[in-house]
Design a protein around this ligand. Structure first.
Ligand code: 5GP
Length: 112
């Protein structure tokens, strides 16, 4: 079980900004921008590499459609970045699929 499952189960606190039956969004504990939230499925999927076209098609669509909803709720609609780190080499540290949503400042490209 990862720390994100504990957040879903309310076993540890988090600043939750959005929730529905399939996903949860909460503020990152170590924000890299004025707005930095993590959108996660309630189902514990390790990473993009573990997605199945059979089991997760609807969930993927739901997550993607929820990103702009959360961004808009947080006042950054129209100007934000989404990041999904897949695997340790890419910087993934929590092995429960999550979409970073970052905004509230000018974001540089390429990212570090
Ligand atoms: P990753 O590096 O796996 O793409 O992103 C994991 C993110 O989870 C990091 O940005 C990190 O700051 C955040 N994080 C790790 N532990 C916690 C926690 O207990 N609570 C919250 N809110 N964020 C966490």
């Amino acid at each position: 079980m990862t720390i994100f499952t504990k957040i879903i189960n309310r076993e540890i606190p988090a600043d939750i900004v959005y929730e529905d039956d399939q996903c949860l969004a909460f503020r990152d504990i170590n924000p890299q921008a004025p707005v930095h939230v993590l959108l996660i499925p309630k189902t514990a999927i390790v990473s993009l590499d573990q997605l199945s076209a059979v089991d997760h098609r609807d969930l993927c669509a739901h997550l993607m459609l929820t990103v702009p909803k959360v961004a808009s709720l947080l006042g950054i609609g129209g100007g934000y970045r989404t990041v999904i780190n897949t695997g340790a080499q890419a910087g993934q540290t929590v092995f429960h699929l999550h979409i970073h949503i970052l905004g509230g400042r000018d974001l540089k490209w390429p990212p570090g």
